[in-house]
Design a protein around this ligand. Structure first.
Ligand code: SF4
Length: 638
């Protein structure tokens, strides 16, 4: 009998010891595949539908294997859930003592060095609220063993200036040169992680460990026998981010601010202070150019064609160079100036790399932010980079998520990640979709690019919400649609309308779940990670197929590259990517065997275009309502 069967099978270890545990066939199949991949040091890709219990399906064989395992998941919240709820539950059920560790990104740990410096900075002393907040952190520091800032999250939300003063970045950390390195919480957390049998990280930490490889990074992947990546559908976007290069107005301003503060503290280097002040002012002209982009991503070539762009960029580059030249003679003076010199040089090199990068393997693009923006060079494909990452750390690699296939095939994900030789396994959800859910694709809506589309989606949401007495989640594909639909709903619907941005995600979801009759309108981050069980969520409405917006420089460059290889960009990239995102959104509806609901996709193209069939085939097997009357009848009895 397999270990998976022993632990997760009917009558197995967990059935006997955990009150709520129920054996599930899909979970057992996944656990057996994970068990053999761990034994063979193989790469395995598993799609496990909602309700499979995939966390236990990989944790149980990983624990039983006796191997050192790194587990990476998508967000800090999921990381905490895994470490504080799922793992302890499994360990107590199995009665296995094991050293486990949680490792977050450095922005989640108190930096003792920067906190100490912050107390004497004029910027802090001149801001009474900030000064008090820093003092409160000092009290926290005396009692905290691990420096994890989770208990101060609310305080940091109230004082947005606080976090940069009490945490480090890869750029400003002094590493082993730091005078308090022996007490450093970041270093201690890493040492603990390296010594543990099982370490829980998030994908940012995983990629930083591989890409940055400094100050103890790189040791984590090298110290484990197996890597398990949950929420693996996020990997292509994150790999592109980490395998690429970026510089931003924010980084230039932070370099200027830190240099000015170091110069003031030293007291005898007025030249540095002047250069830092000049660099603080320099990005202003560039900010104005970024504003012309009206919140749209553009190619670097388009950006440099805007009036004043080349001159504004050259002015910033010149100021970073001048600051670097001023810092260089002070490099030996102390760790602060050494780190600042290295930072200025790094920023110069990255900017130059982006400007010089030949078109072909990379796409160069810009993205405006609230103030200024960023310049990027992103690889057209991450497949070779990720393949090398896997090859660099031999051992088992297990990638899993509820959404990795499009049209029931792994081809797109597998070729994106360069894992053509991986084992694959697709497991459906154990939920009874035929009894629990219905799909409705209204026929008479305008095309999604028609201005009347949002008007009618809002009307439909208001009338459906009237029938179901709320419990509606409207997922939009753009901020414009989010504003438009939520404004109209606030005028038309009798139920309370919550909108993304009115509060933090966790707070909004808690309000939505507690209300039970609200309408929640959201975009982007709400397409995944929303787990509202029970009657509070009865309808999910999706405004349109989530294709990448036209004119997106990265999508356009990838489409061109595919066409050059003789492939069809829509079929090879745009459609599978939209299907994967649509499946994430649709997955918000049924979260529990007792849930019932209606999924409405407000995109008439699914009725008229041939790809509509592939989209339907990719969704959970729920019956489709033939018309509005059927949909309303189903909605009425929810
Ligand atoms: S080593 Fe880096 S993170 Fe640690 S205390 Fe020093 S500056 Fe802060």
């Amino acid at each position: 009998m397999s270990i998976a069967q022993d632990w997760l099978g009917a009558g197995g270890l967990l059935s006997q010891r955990l009150v709520d545990f129920q054996a599930r066939d899909e979970q057992l199949q996944m656990a057996e595949a994970v068990e053999s991949a761990l034994a063979d040091d193989a790469t395995l890709i598993v799609e496990a539908g909602t309700g499979t219990g995939k966390t236990f399906a990989y944790l149980a064989p990983a624990l039983a294997s006796g191997k050192r395992v790194l587990i990476s998941t998508g967000t800090k919240a999921l990381q905490d859930q895994l470490f504080r709820r799922d793992l302890p539950q499994l360990l107590s059920g199995a009665g296995v003592p094991l050293q486990i560790a949680l490792l977050k990104g450095r922005a989640n740990y108190l930096c003792l060095y920067r906190m100490d410096r912050a107390r004497s900075l004029p910027a802090v002393q001149g801001n009474r609220a900030l000064q008090q907040a820093v003092m409160a952190v000092g009290v926290f520091a005396r009692h905290s063993d691990d420096g994890d800032l989770a208990p101060l999250e609310a305080q940091m939300e109230r004082h947005p200036l606080l976090r940069p003063h009490i945490t480090s970045t890869a750029e400003n950390c002094l590493g082993s040169e730091c005078p308090v390195f022996n007490d450093c919480h970041v270093a201690k957390a890493r040492r603990k992680a390296i010594a543990a049998q099982m370490v829980v990280v998030n994908h940012h930490v995983l990629f930083s460990d591989y890409v940055i490889r400094q100050d103890g990074f790189g040791q984590l992947l090298g110290s484990v026998d197996a890597v398990i990546i949950d929420e693996a559908h996020q990997l292509p976007a994150l790999a592109a981010q980490f395998f690429g290069i970026r510089v931003s107005s924010r980084q230039w301003r932070e370099l200027a601010r830190d240099s000015r503060e170091a110069a003031r503290e030293a007291g005898d280097v007025p030249g540095i202070e002047q250069q830092a002040e000049a660099l603080e002012q320099a990005p202003a002209a560039l900010d104005e150019v970024f504003e012309q982009l009206a919140a749209q991503r553009r190619s670097l070539v388009q950006f440099l064609a805007l009036p004043g762009a080349p001159q504004a960029l050259e002015a910033v580059r010149g100021q970073v160079m001048a600051l670097f030249e001023a810092l260089r003679p002070l490099e030996e003076r102390n760790a602060d100036f050494a780190a600042l010199t290295a930072r200025a040089l790094d920023q110069l090199e990255r900017l130059q790399q982006i400007l010089d990068e030949p078109e072909g393997e990379q796409v160069r693009w810009v993205e405006p932010a609230e103030r200024g923006g960023s310049l990027y060079a992103t690889p057209l494909s991450v497949s070779e980079g990720f393949r090398q990452m896997v090859a660099a750390y031999p051992g088992a690699w297990i990638l899993t998520s509820a959404t990795l296939t499009a049209g029931l095939r792994f081809d797109h994900f597998v070729s994106q990640m360069g894992l053509e030789s991986a084992r694959t396994l697709a497991l459906g959800s154990p939920f009874d979709y035929a009894a629990q859910a219905r799909l409705w694709i209204p026929r008479d809506l305008p095309q999604p690019n028609d201005p009347q589309h949002s008007v009618q989606v809002a009307q439909l949401a208001a009338s459906l919400s009237g029938v179901t007495e709320g419990g509606v989640l409207v997922l939009c594909t753009s901020h414009r649609a989010l504003r438009d639909i939520s404004d109209r709903l606030r005028r038309q619907a009798s139920q309370r309308v919550l909108r993304q941005g009115d509060a933090g995600k966790a707070e909004l979801l808690a309000e939505f779940a507690a209300d039970g009759h609200a309408i929640l309108v959201a975009t982007q981050s709400f397409w995944e990670g929303v787990d509202v069980r029970g009657r509070a969520l009865r309808v999910v409405m999706i405004d349109r197929m989530p294709f990448a917006p036209p004119g997106d420089p990265v999508a356009d460059a990838r489409a061109l590259a595919l066409r050059a290889r003789g492939e069809h960009p829509f079929r090879a990239m745009a459609l599978p990517e939209a299907i994967l995102q649509l499946r994430q959104g649709a997955g918000r509806l049924i979260r529990d065997p007792a849930d019932r609901g209606l999924l409405v996709i407000c995109d008439p193209r699914l009725q008229t275009q041939s790809y509509g069939r592939l989209v339907r085939k990719s969704l959970p097997p729920m019956p489709e309502c033939a018309n509005e009357a059927e949909a309303l009848a189903w909605a009425q009895q929810l």
